[in-house]
Design a protein around this ligand. Structure first.
Ligand code: SF4
Length: 488
């Protein structure tokens, strides 16, 4: 039986993106491209991955595995089972479904056989009315195979009376609320769709004369040498076959609300989002932080790797030298060892180590991307003080994370988020640091390309985990008792 890779003892102090999607059509061996693409998207989900392909002789084939792409989709034995010029793939953390206890039946892509032929889908995001839809579908006779919210899409497609798969997908997705970037395939068509607000990313790439790629991020185009064509627009569906891309807008238009946390943390720094380099946005966040929250100090250090570009920006703006005061052990994968109690107590030291010679007797500005529960921040501060730092000042490249995300990011319950029940000063005392400051929402918007800052009446991004203002009402969660922020 396949085993899940054990979770790390300190992996619970970051928000986690829950999925990455990738599709290829019009190439000689789609599965190889997809495996490489998923490998480049591995930061979006490390728990499991899957690939579906279609070949005229072999028909639809699929492989779904727990663990890293590199451990599963490099073996010739597996890849030989996935022939054909078209396919899609998915990497997953655990989304709505069996969180932390994934079964192989929850691993995407999902497949459905319809009267007009088969179709497979892979979904990044989260359906916020999935519980209600599932109840309705089961009452009408649907038999679910998984506990995933994404499977609703297949069952809604099965109920549609449309005569082809793209039209059935449109019918299905019009019933779905929340965030979705979907890649799907039939025997001959690769399909990509983004929800009307475009909460999660999806891009189009081109390879060779007739090959097209759909991917969560542009970094996965680079790895296979594909050219970036454009982003799929919010509310757009593209259907690609025979080297042609057909575009339509099947949903009622809504103001675009891309996830601002993709800029802060989730996406890779070498990706391009909304025409902006993620690295440059993060560096600019550091510049804004240095303007908003200056402090006298000797050295600016990142918490590697996610705090690095912001620390570079902070050092540049403040004129304080930049240094690698904390070194990350690059080879510390999730598959290290089942953490024993003794290992668990070592916690963050397994992953990060202090560069003692550099930080001794210095006043340190430590730049991190976010504070979630605060457990890791506290341990890093202890490590710096143990190693002789004179002062520790935390600067955080996002506003306080006060609200959970319901759009495809794993967040702890609200009562576990430090900022939900403590003021910034209370957090400073709790973490035991000399000062603590977060970038403002306006500063974050400026860094993300909105010079005038956040427009409170019409924010350009989704920022619900900071503001509590959810662009799509999380109706399932409200049914379960979640309380929205009271109107001010
Ligand atoms: S709630 Fe936060 S993490 Fe979730 S989509 Fe919105 S900005 Fe992104």
């Amino acid at each position: 039986m396949l085993e899940m890779p054990p979770a790390h003892p300190f992996d619970d102090d970051k928000l986690k993106e829950e999925c990455g999607v990738f599709g290829a059509v019009g190439v000689a061996d789609a599965a190889s491209f997809i495996a490489l693409g998923l490998h480049a998207l591995q930061h979006r989900g490390q728990e499991a991955g899957g690939i579906v392909t279609y070949d005229t002789e072999a028909g639809f084939q699929s492989a779904r595995r727990f663990g890293y792409v590199r451990d599963n989709f490099t073996s010739q034995k597996v890849m030989e089972t996935l022939p054909g010029p078209i396919g899609i793939g998915h990497v997953r953390y655990s989304t709505a479904g069996s969180k932390g206890n994934t079964a192989i039946r929850d691993v995407q892509p999902f497949f459905g056989e319809f009267a007009m032929g088969g179709a497979a889908i892979a979904h990044n995001g989260n359906i916020t009315n999935a519980i209600a839809l599932r109840r309705e579908l089961i009452e009408r006779g649907s038999i679910f195979q998984s506990s995933s919210d994404s499977e609703c899409i297949i069952h809604l497609m099965a109920r549609s009376l449309q005569r082809n798969i793209p039209e059935r997908m449109k019918d299905a997705l019009r019933r779905v609320e929340g965030a979705f970037s979907v890649v799907a395939m039939t025997r001959t068509k690769l399909i990509g769709v983004r929800d009307p607000r475009g909460v999660r990313p999806l891009v189009l790439g081109k390879i060779g004369d007739k090959g097209y790629i759909l991917s969560s991020e542009t970094c996965a185009l680079d790895i296979i040498g594909a050219e970036f064509v454009r982003e799929i627009e919010p509310g757009e569906m593209v259907v690609i076959s025979d080297g042609k891309v057909q575009s339509s807008k099947p949903f009622e238009p809504k103001p675009s609300r891309f996830c601002i946390f993709e800029h802060v943390y989730f996406s890779r720094p070498d990706s391009i989002l909304g025409g902006r380099s993620v690295y440059e946005t993060r560096r600019q966040i550091g510049v804004e932080l240095a303007i908003e929250a200056p402090v006298e100090a000797d050295l600016v250090c990142p918490v590697p790797d996610s705090g690095t570009p912001a620390a570079i920006g902070y050092a540049f703006q403040s004129g304080i030298p930049y240094g690698m005061g904390i070194i990350r052990n690059q080879y510390m994968g999730r598959t290290f060892i089942e953490p024993s109690e003794q290992i668990r107590n070592m916690g963050v030291r397994l992953k990060l180590n202090v560069n003692r010679a550099l930080i001794r007797d210095k006043r340190i500005i430590l730049v991190d991307d976010s504070v979630v529960r605060g457990t890791t921040s506290q341990k890093i501060k202890d490590m710096l003080l143990d190693a002789g730092a004179a002062e520790v000042h935390f600067r955080i490249a996002s506003p306080p994370t006060m609200w959970p995300c319901f759009y495809g990011v794993d967040t702890p319950d609200r009562d576990k988020l430090l900022a939900a029940y403590m003021s910034v000063e209370e957090m400073r005392v709790h973490l035991g640091v000399d000062s603590l400051q977060f970038i403002s929402l306006d500063g974050l918007y400026r860094a993300a390309g909105v010079p005038e800052g956040r427009d409170a009446k019409a924010p350009r991004y989704c920022d619900a985990c900071f503001s509590g203002e959810y662009p799509v009402v999380p109706s399932d969660m409200i049914d379960k008792g979640f309380q929205l922020k009271a109107a001010e």
